[in-house]
Design a protein around this ligand. Structure first.
Ligand SMILES: [Zn+2]
Length: 336
């Protein structure tokens, strides 16, 4: 075994050990399908501060005592990967490290022979800590995905949103678990997320492409969506128009969303007229918000005769801002 492969294995084992020690797997439903890496640092009593860093994504310092800095200038998924990388440096007792963009460009489970072993370990630790194999399996079970679905960039992207990982890191991590071949992972990782968002949105032009595009499903009911202030949501809802029931889209505006598209998918020929149709709704979040996206299907002349409801809880704050993480502030409040 080469020194590189040794370092990668050591880091993956360490990430699994820390997850075991903190019973993260047992608590994954409470953290809504994401590993709460900022909460883990708070729990371990490692100070984590967000700062508008210049030219750096993050840093691990250990003089006089350990601490982590993460930039405020990048999206939440990058902040989470950076924090997990710095957590790796801490947990593997590394030397102090200043980390720039190169931690995103590297594949977390491959390195050239002259690579810095400490960085190889921190990358592999970060990727496997944020997306352990059991977490991929959990999301597959919920959403009804099989590994064959991972050849679709769209599905890998939807997995990355739900797990709170970056799209490229998700591709490489699936290859590590042999759920994709290396060449498939390479081809997928070269597709820009913007291209995937465009393919999902079709004719809808978002306000900007920073927002993520969530294809919500029945399995997302009752989950908490961790997203950003400009994210878009696609809902496909069965509508019983023949019986007079319609989805009430006026509720979107009340909840801070703009309706961007509303279409009814064609009746299947074999279906009788008047049977249920599928209504496809594209909604764009208008602000930073914490609440729910809730819609009800009712008869317009009997608004209280609700036949169905669709609801997901949302945390659309986006990236962490300067200071302590939201997880740490909650943790401190609970401890007080
Ligand atoms: Zn590093």
């Amino acid at each position: 075994m080469t020194a590189i492969e040794d370092a990668i294995k050591k880091a993956i084992v360490a990430a699994g050990r820390l997850q075991g020690d903190l019973s993260i797997r047992d608590r994954i439903d409470r953290s809504h399908g994401q590993i709460d890496v900022f909460g883990v640092l708070a729990h371990l009593d490692v100070p984590l501060l967000f700062r508008p860093l210049e030219g750096l994504l993050g840093a691990f310092l250990n003089e006089p005592s350990p601490g982590v800095l993460v930039t405020t200038k990048r999206p939440l998924s990058v902040q989470r990967f950076t924090a997990a990388h710095e957590l790796g440096h801490y947990y593997l007792r590394h030397k102090p490290s200043l980390d720039d963009e190169s931690i995103l460009r590297r594949s977390p489970f491959m390195a050239s022979r002259n690579a810095n072993l400490q960085e190889v370990e921190a990358d592999a630790f970060a990727a496997s800590f944020l997306l352990p194999q059991w977490l991929v399996v959990r999301h597959c079970k919920r959403q009804g995905w099989t590994t064959a679905d991972f050849t679709s960039a769209r599905i890998v992207y939807q997995l990355s949103l739900r797990a709170g990982t970056s799209y490229a890191a998700t591709c490489w991590t699936l290859a590590r678990y042999k759920m994709l071949s290396r060449s498939q992972a390479k081809a997928l990782s070269e597709i820009e997320p913007k291209t995937i968002k465009k393919a999902i949105l079709g004719s809808v032009e978002p306000t900007n492409y920073y927002g993520d595009v969530w294809e919500l499903t029945e399995a997302d009911r009752g989950e908490l969506i961790h997203g950003g202030p400009g994210d878009l949501f696609i809902l496909r809802l069965e509508e019983h128009a023949g019986a007079g029931y319609l989805w009430r889209l006026d509720e979107l505006d009340e909840h801070g969303f703009a309706l961007r598209e509303d279409t009814r998918e064609q009746y299947h020929e074999s279906e009788q007229a008047g049977g249920p149709v599928t209504r496809r709704i594209v909604a764009e979040s208008k602000r930073q918000q914490n609440g729910a996206l809730r819609l009800s299907e009712a008869r317009p002349w009997q608004p209280n005769s609700i036949a169905n409801q669709y609801a997901v809880d949302l945390d659309l704050y986006g990236p962490e801002s300067e200071g302590f993480s939201r997880a740490e502030r909650r943790f401190r409040l609970e401890a007080a």
